[in-house]
Design a protein around this ligand. Structure first.
Ligand code: SF4
Length: 687
């Protein structure tokens, strides 16, 4: 027993499977994970969900890439690190020299650490003198960030996850936290069940939180902004708004009232399909609540009006005085474990680390001095624009870290075509993702359990991960790989540990000036944007994040959803599933999880099933203007009418939603409008 306990190690880390940011100790013996033990995590205490508890076998998967791979004659062959690094330096360096800035683009990841994200933007800006760097928040959360930046000035949750339990009313719009953010959802469930908290859910699918809610409304797809504005108008018309709060804190109230003119209850009922009576009930519930929090996800953001709808949520909260106190405010739910951190670290074409604009001469000058180069004063290309630039022959090479673009970007068939145009493509990943198959060089990356660094969760909380296991084979932490590549390209980078990188980042970003690895030691954490960064993580305590400290009502009208030809008569929604992480690249290599959900399916309503003769398990072919998929039907009343639902976690790669999605995007941030997809259904085998 003594021998055994000696070999059992307990190491604290942070979960990598969603933006809630649970932390726990992982008990290991050699490379075997014995158990996951939550205890003192500032977010989750003794809770985790099924992914955090059982999702880790992928770590020892046979499919891990453990050596650099180089494409030779259309096959990947193993290579030494030296060979791979030399090739990258020659090719990328050569392309940059020949074609100049803008010929190499960078895609970062919301799964890797803050330090690694920082280095990717540094590599782009310092070594390639470009702002052409983006991350996967472009696929999900950029519209939420945009809506908040324009109204309240900070792209983050207004308070902590714990604060949500203090709200009198929680409104969830286009999100399914019971599956996407389970431990956060538990807090809402408990407050609702035990402490009289009210719950309103607006969603096109009747998921678990909808079942639990006091009011569940099903707006027609893409119409959330209409009901939000109508409810806001009704509240103001009734005099239930917070006049004093607005006077003191918010600009453009008169203009805002004018914009609201169109959004009467009649108009909203017609456009959204939600009855006037329900909308009045919603308004009354907001009036009566002691604090309202709005939680939203990709059902809002992945629409042509995603950023304006996010702003409409913030407008409603401003009009009712629901900011600047615990248990109130805007809570965009970050999907990936580090989507917040990736944005904080400036892997964005318009932002330097710590939300400093590249167009801000003073901020840019600070980075130029630190990096010893000129940084372009204009924003770079977003990922969609990079793809266009590749098709136009302007961008020749791409460096992508831990992102499966060919599976998660819209219109997968088109992405295939784009990626095959690249002259040179470097991918860092743990597995041979669909995207990696287009690479010229694949560098074997270590997953979170095999490295140190920090993640930032949805409530802006930075937490440390400690290395649980040694790296597998010749794989390396992404920060080490980036440093090796940068040095091979001639950069003077000498980081011995992620803390060195963090310190450099913090020295250049006022948002993090009080943060360092000592503060983050053990279970310690740091929330940016609040008074002392550690224990009162409420945003806007000293006013909103504008020079005059005032928030602004956003003055945007509703953006109508995309129209489809009549033959595409079924709307197809997509979303998360409890068991799987995002596109499933990790969790589909975890046996326990894979055996629970071996196959992906499409949900069909009982009405549609009856009308078209579709039995449970029938084989369907879904055809959109952009592609087709074959899937088995799951008949369920979670969906209604001509509404279909496909989990986005493609267990089998060929069943990904993005073989159906098209090029439509949020008008403001270019985030794909994944949620505006329509198909026609062909019944191949009725069963
Ligand atoms: Fe991990 Fe999210 Fe589950 Fe927590 S709720 S254990 S962070 S997947």
């Amino acid at each position: 027993a003594a021998m055994r306990s000696k070999r059992t190690r307990k190491t604290k880390t942070v979960c990598t499977f969603c933006g809630v940011g649970c932390s726990f100790e992982v008990w290991t013996k050699d490379r075997k994970i014995l158990k996951v033990q939550p205890s003192e995590g500032p977010v989750n205490a003794i809770s985790t969900c099924v992914k955090g508890k059982f999702g880790w076998d992928f770590i020892n998967s046979e499919e891990r890439i453990t050596k650099p791979l180089i494409r030779k004659n259309e096959e990947f062959v193993e290579a030494s690190w030296d060979e791979a690094l030399d090739l990258i330096a020659t090719k990328l360096g050569g392309i940059q020299q020949q074609y100049g800035p803008g010929s190499v683009g960078f895609i970062s990841s919301s799964k890797i650490t803050n330090e690694e994200n920082y280095l990717i933007q540094k590599m782009a800006r310092q070594l390639f003198e470009t702002n052409d760097v983006d991350n996967c928040s472009r696929y999900c959360q950029s519209p939420a960030t945009d809506g908040l930046l324009r109204t309240v000035g900070m792209g983050g949750d207004a308070g902590t996850i714990k604060d949500i339990a203090k709200a009198g009313l929680v409104i969830i719009v286009g999100a399914n936290p019971a599956e996407g953010h389970p431990v956060l959802a538990t807090r809402v469930k408990r407050a609702h069940k035990l402490h009289g908290q009210k719950l309103i859910v607006a969603d096109i699918r009747k998921h678990e939180m909808a079942e639990r809610s006091d009011i569940f409304m099903r707006p027609k797809p893409g119409t959330d902004q209409v009901w939000l504005m109508a409810v806001t108008k009704y509240i103001i018309d009734q005099g239930w708004h917070d006049e004093a709060f607005i006077r003191e804190n918010v600009l453009y109230f008169d203009d805002f009232k004018q914009v609201l003119e169109t959004y009467t209850l009649d108009y909203a009922e017609e456009m959204t399909g939600i009855s006037k009576e329900t909308l009045i009930e919603v308004a009354e519930m907001i009036r009566d609540a002691d604090g309202t929090c709005v939680l939203w996800g990709m059902g809002v953001t992945q629409n042509t009006g995603g950023s304006y709808t996010s702003a409409a949520i913030s407008n409603l909260l401003l009009a009712t005085g629901n900011y600047r106190r615990p248990g109130a405010g805007a809570y965009p739910l970050r999907g990936h474990n580090n989507v917040q951190g990736a944005c904080d670290m400036g892997t964005l074409p318009n932002l330097l680390p710590g939300y400093q604009q590249v167009t801000d001469d003073t901020a840019r000058a600070k980075f130029e001095k630190a990096y010893g180069v000129k940084i372009p004063s204009q924003p770079g290309r977003k990922n969609g624009q990079m793809l266009d630039a590749i098709m136009e022959g302007k961008m020749k090479a791409m460096y992508l870290v831990g992102e499966d673009m060919a599976l998660v970007d819209c219109n997968a068939n088109h992405i295939d075509e784009v990626l095959s145009q690249l002259d040179f493509f470097v991918v860092q990943d743990c597995f041979l993702s669909r995207t990696a198959q287009y690479a010229d060089v694949i560098l074997p990356a270590a997953p979170s359990l095999e490295k140190e660094g920090t993640f930032t969760n949805t409530e802006r909380r930075v937490q440390r991960l400690y290395q649980v296991l040694p790296t597998l084979g010749e794989s390396k932490a992404d920060w080490e790989i980036l440093q090796a590549v940068a040095r091979r390209l001639g950069a003077d980078w000498h980081y011995n540990h992620p803390s060195d990188i963090f310190d450099e980042m913090a020295s250049l970003s006022p948002l993090f000036s009080q943060a360092n690895y000592d503060v983050l030691e053990g279970w310690g954490s740091f929330c940016w944007g609040s008074h002392d960064g550690t224990d009162t993580p409420l945003l806007y305590e000293d006013g909103f994040n504008f020079p005059d400290k005032k928030a602004r009502f956003a003055l945007n009208d509703w953006v109508q959803p995309v129209e489809f030809e009549a033959q595409y008569d079924c709307h197809i929604n997509n979303g998360r599933m409890l068991e799987h992480f995002h596109e499933g690249n990790l969790t589909n290599k975890s046996q326990g999880i894979q055996s629970k959900v071996p196959e992906i399916f499409v949900e069909v309503s009982p009405e549609l099933a009856k009308e078209r003769g579709i039995a449970d398990g029938a084989l369907l072919r879904l055809v959109s203007p952009y592609g087709a998929l074959k899937l088995n039907a799951l008949v369920t009343d979670r969906v209604q009418g001509n509404e279909l639902f496909l989990p986005m976690n493609s267990v089998s790669k060929d069943s990904a939603i993005n073989f159906l999605t098209g090029p439509a995007a949020d008008v403001n941030t270019s985030t794909p409008a994944y949620k505006q997809t329509k198909v026609r259904v062909e019944v191949l085998k009725p069963k």
